[in-house]
Design a protein around this ligand. Structure first.
Ligand SMILES: NC(=O)c1ccc[n+]([C@@H]2O[C@H](COP(=O)([O-])OP(=O)(O)OC[C@H]3O[C@@H](n4cnc5c(N)ncnc54)[C@H](O)[C@@H]3O)[C@@H](O)[C@H]2O)c1
Length: 342
């Protein structure tokens, strides 16, 4: 097992990579724990947490909502949860985002932790302390920064995960490599086939590398005033694509990264050869790299993104593989560049 500590001003969060989820009781504080999971996790793994009160939420992005929060708060009242109650989210990014937010605001904040069950949540969503829900069709509009006490990443749980969901997680690993670690990017170019085979050594190594990158960024800039923005590489387009098409988060991130790489080249920051390396790696892992959504439709939705600042948006671009830059651009200019790309 590998352990990473994420240190921020307010709290420390421990990430246990390669721990068995059946050992989770060892990490819980004394007193009551309430579990939040989704329908699939309850069916597949409910037998391992029968002794706890459970709140089961629905599946998919549409359940990352105020209605789900309302269900959770009603159930917490029913279970007589008080300020000493611990909340354990067991699931992918959606469960972690919703459970972390619910725990953060119920009675002004309960302590919480996660068993992270998808590749995407192990490498990204469950770590770093961003919790929230969507609102009026816009991604993560309501949320908080608040670190979980711990996150358990059990690679064996990925054996029951759908292959499409697994690939969506690979997108976030490629993102981490593209923005911060060129040697990890080269490693992925050589070993991408091993990921689908779920070789535990390789999976745990990739989770460890991705979480290490995120941990060092979050430690410097928990609240995303500067360096943390770089973790949003591909995400400005991705959130828009997710909203319009309903594709998986990781799939949208894949297309978003290709668009951001092409823009990086168009603005003279990145070579065309490196754009092609990024696009090829994503395509080889089975991720989508193109969209037929029109630039004007994307920009309309993008204007409601949190990264907006007046008539401009902060785009994360690359000036080489393994190095990201933040670039403020006006919508009008972006529209023109996107039209040229299409
Ligand atoms: N907070 C953050 O920093 C952050 C970062 C990246 C993404 N996210 C968010 O994460 C969400 C996507 O997360 P996700 O990709 O994990 O999706 P998800 O939570 O919807 O999980 C994907 C599907 O896999 C199922 N599942 C989960 N674990 C399983 C397992 N071990 N075996 C079988 N099935 C399993 C789930 O029931 C679900 O149907 C998005 O809402 C995205 O915005 C948040």
């Amino acid at each position: 097992m590998r352990i990473i500590e994420i240190k921020t001003k307010g709290a420390n969060s421990l990430i246990y990579i390669g721990e068995d989820m059946r050992n989770v009781s060892n990490y819980l504080p004394p007193g009551k724990t309430v579990i939040i999971c989704d329908e699939n996790i309850y069916k597949l793994y409910g037998q391992y947490f029968q002794q706890f009160p459970v709140i089961i939420i629905g599946l998919g992005e549409k359940n990352k909502s105020i209605d789900t929060l309302s269900l959770i708060f009603r159930k917490l009242l029913e279970y007589e949860a008080d300020r000493s109650t611990f909340i354990l989210g067991i699931g992918g990014g959606i469960v972690c985002d919703v459970a972390g937010f619910a725990a953060s605001v119920y009675m002004r904040g309960l302590k919480f932790g996660f068993v992270s069950t998808t590749l995407l949540s192990q490498v990204d969503a469950s770590v770093g302390g961003k919790n929230g829900v969507n609102f009026m069709g816009y991604k993560n509009m309501l949320g908080v920064f608040n670190q979980p006490e711990f996150v358990i990443c059990d690679s064996k749980m990925l054996e029951t995960l759908d292959k499409r969901e697994l690939r969506a997680g690979i997108a976030e690993i490629i993102k981490a490599a593209a923005i911060f670690d060129s040697s990890l990017f080269s490693y992925l170019e050589k070993n991408y086939r091993e990921i689908e085979l779920l070789n535990p050594g390789i999976i745990e190594y990739l989770v460890y590398k991705s979480v290490s990158i995120k941990a060092s960024v979050v430690a410097q800039d928990e609240r995303e005033h500067g360096e943390r923005r770089k973790l949003n590489f591909g995400h400005t387009f991705a959130h828009t694509l997710e909203n319009i098409t309903g594709m998986l988060h990781g799939e949208a991130v894949s297309i978003g990264m290709v668009l951001a790489s092409k823009l990086s080249a168009k603005l003279g920051f990145l070579t065309k050869e490196n754009v092609s390396r990024i696009s090829c790696l994503l395509e080889k892992t089975g991720l989508p790299v193109e969209t037929d959504i029109k630039p004007e439709d994307m920009l309309d939705t993008m204007k409601k993104d949190k990264k907006r600042e007046g008539n401009s948006v902060h785009l994360v671009l690359l000036d080489k593989i393994g190095h990201a830059i933040s670039h403020k651009i006006e919508y009008q200019h972006l529209k023109q560049l996107l039209n040229d790309l299409y």
